[in-house]
Structure formats: structure tokens, C-alpha cells
Design a protein around this ligand. Structure first.
Ligand code: NAD
Ligand code: DAU
Length: 353
């Protein structure tokens, strides 16, 4: 049996995870893919209906913070690889509810590392613990410079601090227990299936229903946007060819000020909805800034390009247009996720504050 082929993917019902699961299930029919997800508000099995009947795919509902459950799972399945995406992922929610982020992102990662290490001890057939992390661990940049793999950690939100904590634990297990680990730190993803709490799908949803588009502060914060399929490709390459103990930065080399991005999105939406030019722009509304709002993220991804041959394929115009089309063609998906908990969250985040 190939050492790479019984893989636990955590958080596979979420945004990025669902693209990674689909890619592995379809591309590697001889691998067994186990998708472990708690199905929080962000997890959605509707993201994976097209592959749910594939014989090399299994879904397991469970919580990575439950140590005994995770230990039993590893004893039962004897995974020989882990791709770990499960996390609480939204910065604003981490500001109102930091402890949940510590449990899921730090304790959850520690449990998976501990069980992977036990697995390695009893069965040397363990290929890799691959931890999917974020560029936010590096802190905030001024108007110049890029994050490299050597940039010191300086997380500034409960979310990024919890991700930084989990990155440190992953490296500790490499040095202490010789667990083969790889980490990648990626910039902002966008694309189909992203929960409409994040800027781009939130704006698409609000434009569609003629609601104000909330822009924090002056809209001058800058993010480096990457299409989710490009990230999935980077994850595939890194899982298979990344060097144990190494970190790879992944980014789109595609920096946008929030206000410029939203203006571009409004233009695309006007075209797709056959609305007169400049219609959606009128919905832009400046609101109170995010606490501790990081000014700019920008990634130097030259290492993953030179070492693993990765580079993004989708330009922003193409990726954004595909994203808009997906949401317009999947209004049922959108309406399902904006019912229930979402409305309460939206009120608290945007209306009552
Ligand atoms: P997401 O919020 O869309 O999905 C997270 C998934 O994890 C959900 O399916 C959720 O149900 C699951 N989950 C949460 N807590 C869990 C728990 N305790 N046990 C089991 N499952 C649990 O997140 P995303 O945007 O797809 O991000 C995935 C990963 O990539 C995260 O680790 C995030 O930090 C990282 N990342 C995201 C971005 C981005 O722009 N979205 C960029 C870089 C890195
Ligand atoms: O950089 C990678 C990170 O990108 C990931 O690790 C996180 O999981 C992911 O959520 C994302 O974090 P951001 O905070 O950058 O993404 P978000 O979509 O929440 O916000 C993008 C920018 O838009 C940011 O400057 C805040 C701003 N914003 C966001 C929302 C939700 C607004 O102006 N208005 C909004 O309503």
C-alpha cells in the first residue's frame, strides 16, 4: 500500500476544505479520503453532494477538540496522512468570541498532532501531518514589503494568535517527536462555497438583495486575493512533495484595497444582473472599523514556486467573474446558509453595533 493514501482531511465541509476534498477524491481514485468535520455554522455537506457517493470518500461527523474521539478514530483507521483545515476561521467572530477559537484552533490541532504522533510510534507508515495556516500569523504590513517564511510571527487578533499557536505546536511535534509535518501560510481565498460572512460573498449577497455593503473604516486595508482552486492545487503539491519541517507561503500576488475590490465587484454584479452601470456602487456604506484591523497582508510565494513548481493560474477578473456566476447560479445554497444563525450574526455584527 502506498504510504500516502489513507488521508484524514479535517474541515472538509468548509469553504477551502470542500475544494481540497473534491480534488483528492476525483484525482486520486486509489486514495481513501476521510473528511472529518463538526459541521459548525461554516460546515456544509451541500458543498460536496457531487462526490458523496464516490467509493473512496467517507464523511465522519466529529469534533477535533474531543481528545478521546480523535484517539479512537486514529486507532480505528490508522491514517497515514493528515491534511488539517478544520478551524474557526472568521476574524470578526474571534473578536466577539475568542475562547471558541482557542479550543478549536489550538486544542483541536494539539489533539490531532498527539494522535498522529501515536500513529507514527506504532506504525511507521505515516507520510505527513500537513497544517493549513494563514498569512495573518505574520501580523500587519505597512505599504511596502512582503511576508516571507522567515518573517517573525506577530499575530494581532484572537484568530491569528490561535493559528500562530497551532503553527508553533506543529513545529514542536516535528522537533520533539520527529513527526513529519509541513505548514503552508496562505493569503485571502475567494471563490465558490465561501460562507457569506467573508467580504466577497457577503458583498455579493448584499448586492443581490439590494442591502448596504459594509466597508470597515475607510476601505483602505489591503489583502492579497487567491482563487480557492489555486490554493487547492498548492495544497495538493505541498502534501505530496513538501519537505518535512518546512513552511511554504502561498499567495496570489494580487493586492487590492478593499474599496477598489468592492468597486470592481459592483461593476461585475451590475453586468451580470443587467442593472445600469454604477447601480451597486450606491450600496457601499462605510461602517465602524474592525478592532485592531490589520492594514495590509502581502505574500512572497517565491519559495513554493521554486521548490514545488506552484504558481496561481486564475487572474482576478476571471476568478471574480466565476465566483459571481457561481453565487448567482446557486441561490438555493446561498438562501440555505443565510437562514437561521446567519441572521442573528448579521444583526449583532452590523446592525446593533
Ligand atoms: P471555513 O470556516 O469555511 O471552514 C472551516 C471548517 O472547519 C468548517 O467546515 C467547520 O465545520 C469545521 N470545523 C470548525 N471547528 C471544528 C471542530 N472543532 N472540529 C471539526 N471541524 C471543525 O474555513 P476556510 O475558510 O475554509 O478555512 C480553512 C482553513 O484554511 C482554516 O484553517 C483557515 O485558518 C485556513 N485559511 C483560510 C483562508 C481563507 O481565506 N479562508 C486563508 C488562509 C488559511
Ligand atoms: O489572510 C488570510 C485570512 O483571510 C484567513 O486566514 C481568514 O480565515 C479569512 O477570513 C481572511 O481574513 P480577513 O479578515 O482578511 O477576511 P475578511 O473577508 O473577513 O475581510 C477582508 C477585508 O475586508 C478585511 O480588511 C476586512 C474587510 N471587511 C470585511 C467584512 C466581513 C469589510 O470592510 N467589511 C466586512 O463586512
Amino acid at each position: 500500500m502506498n504510504t500516502k493514501n489513507k488521508i484524514l482531511i479535517t474541515g472538509g465541509a468548509g469553504f477551502i476544505g470542500s475544494h481540497v476534498v473534491r480534488r483528492f477524491v476525483k484525482k486520486y481514485p486509489d486514495y481513501l479520503i476521510y473528511n472529518l468535520d463538526k459541521l459548525t455554522y461554516a460546515g456544509n455537506l451541500e458543498n460536496l453532494t457531487d462526490i458523496e457517493d464516490y467509493s473512496n470518500y467517507s464523511f465522519i461527523k466529529g469534533d477535533i477538540t474531543n481528545q478521546e474521539f480523535i484517539r479512537e478514530l486514529f486507532r480505528k483507521y490508522k491514517f497515514n496522512g493528515v491534511i488539517h483545515l478544520a478551524a474557526e476561521s472568521h476574524v470578526d467572530r474571534s473578536i466577539s468570541n475568542p475562547l471558541e477559537f482557542i479550543y478549536a484552533n489550538v486544542v483541536g490541532t494539539a489533539n490531532l498532532l498527539f494522535s498522529s504522533q501515536e500513529q507514527l510510534k506504532h506504525n511507521q507508515n505515516f507520510h505527513c501531518f500537513y497544517h493549513i495556516s494563514t498569512d495573518e500569523v505574520y501580523g500587519s504590513l505597512d505599504s511596502t514589503g512582503f511576508f516571507t517564511e522567515k518573517t517573525p510571527y506577530s499575530p494581532r487578533s484572537p484568530y491569528s494568535a490561535s493559528k500562530a499557536g497551532s503553527d508553533h505546536l506543529v513545529r514542536a511535534f516535528f522537533h520533539t517527536y520527529k513527526l513529519p509535518v509541513v505548514i503552508s501560510n496562505c493569503s485571502n481565498n475567494y471563490g465558490p462555497n465561501q460562507f457569506p460572512e467573508k467580504l466577497i460573498p457577503l458583498a455579493i449577497n448584499n448586492i443581490l438583495y439590494n442591502k448596504p455593503i459594509p466597508i470597515y473604516g475607510k476601505g483602505e486595508n489591503i489583502r492579497d486575493w487567491l482563487y480557492v482552486e489555486d490554493h487547492a492545487e498548492a495544497i495538493d503539491l505541498t502534501y505530496h512533495n513538501g519537505k518535512p519541517g518546512e513552511t511554504y507561503n502561498v499567495g496570489g500576488n494580487n493586492e487590492w484595497k478593499n474599496i477598489d475590490l468592492i468597486t470592481k465587484l459592483c461593476e461585475i454584479m451590475d453586468r451580470k444582473l443587467n442593472r445600469p452601470p454604477e447601480t451597486s456602487k450606491k450600496l457601499i456604506t462605510y461602517v465602524k472599523d474592525r478592532a485592531g484591523h490589520d492594514l495590509r497582508y502581502a505574500i512572497d510565494s517565491s519559495k513554493i514556486t521554486s521548490d514545488l513548481g506552484w504558481k496561481p493560474v486564475f487572474d482576478f477578473e476571471t476568478g471574480l467573474t466565476k465566483t459571481v456566476e457561481w453565487y448567482l447560479n446557486n441561490k438555493k445554497w446561498l438562501n440555505n446558509v443565510i437562514s437561521g444563525e446567519y441572521e442573528k450574526y448579521y444583526q449583532e455584527q452590523y446592525v446593533k453595533r
